[in-house]
Ligand binder design. Structure first.
Ligand SMILES: Cc1ncc(COP(=O)(O)O)c(C=O)c1O
Length: 439
């Protein structure tokens, strides 16, 4: 099947004249999308339509920013109300208290909340806060974890040939960008994830100088890799015993995995939690939150965090209705998100078996990724880099476009269920996957 995407091609050529790589982020450009990306004109529910009129079931959902789906009527209404009464004021607003109260009620330990606009801003501020509060310079981040594009943690986050990583006891730090502050990574300790001995070793090597450990609760930027049983709890015990703050980056998993995110799902309590993506239902809303005693270090700019757009009224209006919808009926929304995600994951694994494809769908509830590999599971970054065929996945995902399925072409990203997806969407997706794998 060949779909026509001439208009996307034309727009890409036009875009190249004024936008770097024809877009606003390398992940939306040719590195992932081949010759040119699809230009999307509208979205509704679980469906998006490109500028050539082709329709797709969208399993990316704006990188997980849309738990309710595209153009949900309540979100449209909320944004319209904010738009017609003032999107942003140089003033405090009541709605920001309401959203903070909602977060505080849902997220364990979120006694005090501070709003930002992106996950990067939230994690960057959380690191500064941890350093300011503890008076210590270093922090631990894990191989394969992505927290945004701030210099201090932009290291060993992207997939690379496994030969570059060095020994796991002393990983080589691989900066993910040119132009980083030369000293930015001096205080960043990089170690493998899902390995408590590595954490113990780092704590003992750098005793007394570590402010925080920052971790994703579920690895979500190297496919989807869940924490090993007891790992997050072990991390909590080790950090607490050594007076180190635990920053749980829930930019992806907040508003997705459970009302209280990974803290609730895995029974772990962080000192600071960061949120983004799904929090704003498509508007740029992020937050960091935590124990009052720690968060109060921000007061009077002691640990400085500013932002013209922080808690923009339009974003807060969207977030208020989003959180209210997600948390009503005793967690019914999350139950449904899990059902959709697990049904898709299970169905994909059946199709791989039926078609004799060396691939697995691996995920946690509403988030999953297809990994072309001979292995039965991928449990860490190094294993992903050594044993996942990323090129094959990209070709497969691009072929799915032809069948009306929009999954990320990057094997390091993942698919995500939304409340707009139906059982029919899953059936259509599985049929398309079967067709592509059999052709
Ligand atoms: C775990 C995690 N943290 C932080 C970020 C950065 O968020 P943003 O893209 O909103 O800056 C991302 C983005 O993908 C992420 O996956």
């Amino acid at each position: 099947m060949v779909i026509k995407t001439d208009r996307s091609k034309e727009l890409f050529e036009r875009a190249l004249k004024v936008l770097v790589e024809g877009g606003s982020s390398p992940s939306r450009g040719p590195a992932n999308y081949g010759d040119y990306p699809l230009f999307i004109k509208r979205g509704e529910g679980a469906t998006i339509e490109d500028v050539d009129g082709n329709r797709y079931i969208d399993w990316m959902m704006a990188y997980g920013a849309l738990p309710l789906g595209h153009a949900h009527p309540l979100i449209v209404e909320a944004i319209s109300e904010a738009a017609s009464t003032g999107t942003l004021f140089a003033a405090a607003t009541e709605v920001e208290i309401e959203v903070a109260e909602l977060i505080s009620g849902l997220v364990p330990g979120a006694e005090k909340v501070r709003f930002a606009n992106t996950g990067t801003e939230a994690t960057m501020a959380a690191i500064r806060l941890a350093r300011g509060f503890t008076g210590r310079p270093r922090f631990i981040k894990f191989e394969g974890h992505y927290h945004g594009w701030y210099d201090d943690y932009l290291v060993s986050a992207h997939p690379q040939p496994a030969v570059l990583f060095g020994h796991p006891n002393d990983p080589v730090k691989i900066p993910d960008s040119s132009g980083l502050n030369r000293r930015a990574l001096e205080d960043t300790i990089v170690i493998p994830w899902n390995d408590l001995e590595a954490v113990e070793r780092a704590i003992s090597n750098y005793r007394g100088s570590i402010a925080a450990v920052i971790t994703e609760g579920i690895m979500a930027n190297i496919g989807v890799i869940p924490p090993a049983d007891g790992y997050l709890q072990g991390l909590r015990e080790l950090t607490r015993a050594n007076d180190i703050l635990l920053i749980l980056d829930e930019t992806v998993t907040g508003c997705r995995i459970a009302p209280g995110g990974c803290q609730e799902l895995y029974g772990v309590d962080a000192d600071i939690v960061t949120m983004g993506k799904g929090l704003g239902a498509g508007l740029p809303v992020a937050a960091f939150a935590g124990r009052g005693e720690i968060m109060e270090a921000l007061a009077w700019g002691g640990v400085l965090h500013y932002g013209t757009q922080n808690a923009s009224r339009a974003g807060m209006f969207a977030s208020r209705v989003n959180l209210t919808e997600l948390s009503k009926d005793d967690g019914a929304a999350f139950k449904r998100l899990w059902e959709i995600g697990e049904s898709l994951t299970g169905g994909l694994n059946r199709v791989f078996e039926e078609t004799g494809t060396a691939a697995i769908a691996q995920g946690v509830g509403p988030m999953l990724q297809i990994l072309f590999t001979e292995r039965s599971a991928i449990t860490d970054f190094r294993e992903f880099c050594a044993h996942v065929d990323r090129g094959r996945y990209q070709r497969f995902a691009l072929s799915l476009f032809e069948h009306g399925i929009y999954m990320t072409p990057s094997s390091a990203l993942h698919s995500v269920a939304s409340l707009a997806h139906s059982d029919e969407d899953i059936a259509v997706t599985l049929e398309a996957v079967r067709t592509v794998l059999s052709s």
